[in-house]
Design a protein around this ligand. Sequence first.
Ligand code: EPZ
Length: 430
Amino acid sequence: MDRIRIVGGNQLHGVIPISGAKNAALPLMIASLLTDDTLTLENVPHLADVEQLIRILGNHGADISVNGRRERQGESYARTIHFISRNIVSTTAPYELVSKMRASFWVIGPLLAREGKARVSLPGGCAIGTRPVDLFIEGLTALGANIEIDGGYVNATAPEGGLTGGRYVFPKVSVGATHVLMMAATLANGTTVIGNAAREPEVADLAKCLNAMGAKITGAGTGTITIEGVRSLSGARHRVLPDRIETGTYAMAVAMTGGDVILEDTEASLLDTALEAIRRAGAEISETNSGIRVVRNGAGIRPVDIVTDPFPGFPTDLQAQFMGLMTKSSGVSHITETIFENRFMHVQELARLGAKISLSGQTAKIEGVGRLKGAPVMATDLRASVSLVIAGLAAEGETMVSRVYHLDRGFERLEEKLTRCGAHVERVSD
Ligand code: EPZ
């Protein structure tokens, strides 16, 4: 199994190209099931999660070609992928596929809307929390779906004549359930209004693509989304928006090691709250023509308290990385996680590098230490593992991160991007 070896202590200097967003690419790929025409997605990152979803869509009958030909692992950035689901050959998403990645549950929306039925395995729990699907079920029921859970599967059927527009107000913000309800409503009879919708940029990106396919969606990116159902959707060409989590991760890496890096092909407006927290911690951040410049020269790292929240709040997907940064601050900071109940698995691994962190319920208290020292650590989930990488960059000596398959789910060419900026990072195959 691969490991990542880091020798810390170098500052980062240079340019890092930011990839297309994993969490936008996944729902966009799933939206291709809504049409029998070709959906072409540009700027799709080359990640294990994308490859897994390609397998899942293939199981439903999608014909998928990458830049017109299949490519070997790691060959290209920013791939263009064509999806054609002329016929849906199966409306079942089996346990073996869905259990590998929660987002694959989201096929329930397009399958139900287009075929009138879907049988999708429950995704089950995962390392960061229980992550139930009650909101998906309530939302789809509001569109007239009949839903039963049987033998670990969600069986959903639409009434004769298809789903009908409805009104649903989420009791709690859910990104995935907003994606699914929005996709399902595009082909429903009549108008759907979704209240307390997720406002994440990835939701607005999905709506933009669906509208290019002929959907009639307004309000995506705000708390209220209105979808006027249409009879069918056509193909379209869409460019996946930049990955705000990757952007924030590298910004925090520079804030932690010191240096001067341009994050290219990204937009500050996608992560204002996180950038503000990094600024308060002591880095200088400015916008350039094509992205963001992050600089920290000499100044120490200041303690900053944060609370994770749905967009536009501080993203839970950057919480672990910010904790990494705070371990080297000059004082005491607090980080409160409000989205997932078990997203502090990085705490004990950061402690192996010398961090001083104590947990009380959903709040971590971080007492900054002057120096971190390299150690063997274990990746536990995607964002936790990258927090260990950036902490390793700022630690003295060698850090060896094991279980790096977590990183490969969401960070494209991590070693290469960091090495080009002067970091000492390499993949070691056993
Ligand atoms: C998306 O997950 C992201 N995944 C996550 O990123 C991200 O952490 C999360 O949104 C929050 O921003 C993708 O976009 C592929 P939710 P999602 O439904 O949609 C509860 C990463 O590292 N909930 O917004 O699954 C849920 O348990 C990943 O890239 C219910 O209670 O998250 C959680 O507490 C990890 N019932 C909260 O809502 C439901 O039916 C928010 O989850 C659905 C969710």
